[in-house]
Design a protein around this ligand. Structure first.
Ligand code: ZN
Length: 285
């Protein structure tokens, strides 16, 4: 499966689009994501963080992924922000074809050691692996603070370190910190495009942008043109989901879940469709 995933990233890189990676923790969210991908004929990544997959169920997420793949093969299931080797083993055993090992909280040398270990294990099991260098602050929610107060230059990815990191770990793709952050903040994120350019040149690897919620369409397009191949979106869908659910429950005419939940999936779909179009991923299957 790893080879097929690499081919898909390469296609995105060659054709100048980015793979949207959308998080899910409920079936309504997943349905919203997949409906959007099918409608726009876009290859897509569906992903779960540790909290999300513990809620949805690890085996359950793999089973649903296989069911989706039978009807729409242009999907990758990915494990987002996995912070220990034990968790990597658990995920791969469950059948995830793609994982993200996040050692960004470790020291540079420790991150290299742990990521290399995870990469060797993943590759031995034919699994694609994303590493991370530099800090990506915040959780996928609405924040009360300003981004400029928490984002400092020293947590951003250094191009020279990134080169060494990808060479020594053997990872397939790299998540970077260039002014992006998880969640939606009081101020808009300001991406450091010069840094992105330098990282792309130094590493020659597929690059991943986390914290896509709140970044403008023009900044996304520019980031893609400079080497971003995968973009993670979560918070905007979570907000759309919660608002639609509240409204649906408030306005419901009966107690039939699929009567008031279909608008919830549609609200998530709308966010995903917008992103797919911005990422130029439509009609790329
Ligand atoms: Zn992330």
């Amino acid at each position: 499966m790893r080879h097929w995933i690499i081919k898909l990233y390469k296609k995105a890189n060659d054709k100048g689009f980015a793979l949207g990676a959308f998080n899910f923790s409920t079936n309504e969210i997943l349905k919203g994501i997949v409906d959007a991908a099918v409608k726009l004929k876009a290859p897509i990544i569906i992903e779960t963080s540790e909290g999300e997959r513990n809620f949805f169920g690890l085996e359950e997420s793999v089973a649903v992924y296989h069911a989706i793949k039978k009807k729409y093969p242009h999907v990758i299931l990915h494990a987002d922000h996995t912070k220990s080797f034990e968790e990597i083993k658990r995920i791969i055993a469950a059948g995830y074809p793609s994982v993200h090992f996040d050692g960004s909280k470790l020291s540079f040398r420790h991150n290299i050691r742990e990521t290399k270990r995870a990469a060797e294990y993943a590759h031995a099991h034919d699994v694609f692996i994303e590493g991370e260098l530099g800090g990506i602050v915040g959780g996928s929610t609405m924040h009360k603070k300003s981004l400029k107060d928490v984002l400092t230059k020293d947590i951003m990815t250094d191009p020279e370190q990134a080169k060494e990191f990808v060479e020594l770990t053997g990872i397939d793709s790299l998540a970077i910190s260039i002014g992006n952050a998880h969640g939606i903040w009081k101020d808009k994120p300001k991406l450091d495009f010069e840094r992105l350019k330098a990282i792309a040149k130094a590493t020659g690897k597929f690059l991943v942008l986390h914290g896509g919620s709140g970044i403008s369409a023009s900044d996304f397009r520019k980031a893609i043109s400079l080497g971003i191949n995968k973009i993670n979106i979560n918070t905007e869908m979570r907000v759309a989901y919660a608002h639609a659910l509240l409204k649906g429950l408030h306005n419901r005419e009966d107690y039939v879940p699929y009567h008031y939940l279909k608008d919830v999936s549609a609200a998530v779909s709308k966010v995903v469709e917008e992103k797919i179009i911005i990422f130029k991923a439509e009609n790329k299957i």
